[in-house]
Design a protein around this ligand. Structure first.
Ligand code: GDD
Ligand code: MG
Length: 352
């Protein structure tokens, strides 16, 4: 069985982080995001190949994952010449399949039991099965109404406030029968959410919901991207590299150097080659990538710092995300919610 991961979006909401790093490979504790999804897909023994459906910066992603050697599953790539939307991409990547296929949005992090989803799909002889998850505010997602038997009765993408009738949304994980792809036009921009799912409902085809209320998050916006790090450090989501560590653990690479007189408070992560100088303070929920320099008396608090960034003496970085190779000048203060793209330079004494 094959799994298609839809990973061709531009990652607009994560800009500027995604200008040089496509969303599927944004680092989470130095590990490209797609690794976490592949870990999940691999738990389904039936899956023998993962097809990555790409169009934005596909090279970078192909170079990273290759044929999947060492990942435990074969990886192949399908690259659209121009973005075909979620439905067009499924048709393009899976149009010639003749067996049940699992489809994932390439930006969701979850521990849903895929075997149970597949079992339900088979028991109900469904044409499509969709994983739903409850959220407080469905407006940024696809709202899905079901009947008491768990059949999908309505699919409404990005509902307006007055259209919200329930709290279950599309979690971006589907089991589909390729015979239903006949309605998707070839090489045409087409939305699985706005056209394919509503058409299943309209034609009263067997379209079944699997409700999952465990851990689920879409990492596609900066606050959610940051949240996933906190959740892994807090063991709300069991995943490498914090799986099996004590709560509040300060994970400092043996190849990092924390100088005498520097302070490091867990939970936090400091990757290899990074230097934390005397008097600097890495406060809880900080994630510092490879080869960074945190200078004397600088303070990092609840922030994510990508590789090769330097934070100058006496600077303070709070609840922010810094891309690669940034330079934060001395005595600067980044006071919450700041997102800087790669190679940003913040002049000494700046206030952001
Ligand atoms: N190959 C390809 N081509 N992939 C695409 C394209 C495309 O043209 N457009 C989007 N994708 C991929 C994105 O990379 C992402 O992994 C996935 O499809 C979903 O796109 P997003 O842009 O992240 O959509 P969203 O988050 O606003 O909404 C979707 O996800 C929600 C759950 O997170 C919808 O499926 C909602 O219904 C759902 O609730
Ligand atoms: Mg998304």
């Amino acid at each position: 069985m094959k799994a298609i991961l839809l990973a061709g979006g531009k990652g607009m909401r994560l800009r500027p982080l995604t200008i040089h790093t496509p969303k599927p490979i944004v680092p989470i504790f130095g590990r490209p995001f797609l690794h976490y999804q592949i870990d999940l897909v691999r738990k389904l023994p039936e899956i023998d190949e993962v097809i990555l459906s790409l169009n934005y910066q596909p090279r970078r992603i192909e170079e990273m994952f290759g044929h999947g050697d060492g990942l435990g599953v074969r990886i192949s790539y399908v690259v659209e010449a121009t973005p075909l939307g979620t439905g067009g991409a499924v048709k393009y990547a899976g149009g010639s399949l003749d067996e049940t296929v699992v489809v994932f949005n390439g930006d969701v992090m979850t521990q849903v039991d895929l075997s149970a989803v597949l079992r339900l799909h088979r028991e109900r002889k469904a044409k499509a099965t969709i994983v739903l998850t409850p959220v407080a505010n469905p407006s940024a997602y696809g709202l899905v109404e079901t009947d008491p038997d768990g059949n999908v009765r309505r699919f409404l993408e990005k509902p307006k406030p007055e259209e919200i009738t329930c709290n279950t949304i599309n979690a971006g994980i589907y089991v589909l029968e390729p015979e239903t792809f006949d309605r998707i036009p070839k090489d045409t921009v087409w939305s699985i959410e706005r056209s394919y799912f509503p058409s299943l409902v309209e034609r009263r085809e067997a379209f079944v919901a699997y409700v999952y209320d465990g851990y689920w998050i879409d990492i596609g916006a900066p606050d959610k991207y940051a949240q996933v790090h906190r959740d892994i450090m807090d063991h709300r989501f069991a995943a490498p590299p914090f799986e099996g560590t004590p709560l509040g653990f300060a994970m400092v690479s043996p190849e990092a150097r924390v100088e005498d007189g520097a302070r490091v408070d867990g939970p936090c992560f400091i990757d290899e080659g990074t230097v934390v100088k005397a008097g600097a303070h890495v406060a809880p929920y900080s994630v510092i990538g490879r080869q960074c320099q945190i200078e004397e008396e600088a303070r990092i608090e609840g922030s994510i710092v990508w590789a090769n960034t330097r934070v100058g003496r006496d600077a303070v970085v709070r609840q922010s995300i810094l891309g690669r190779q940034c330079h934060i000048g001395r005595n600067s203060i980044l006071d919450g919610g700041i997102v800087l793209g790669d190679k940003s330079v913040v002049t000494d004494y700046s206030r952001l």
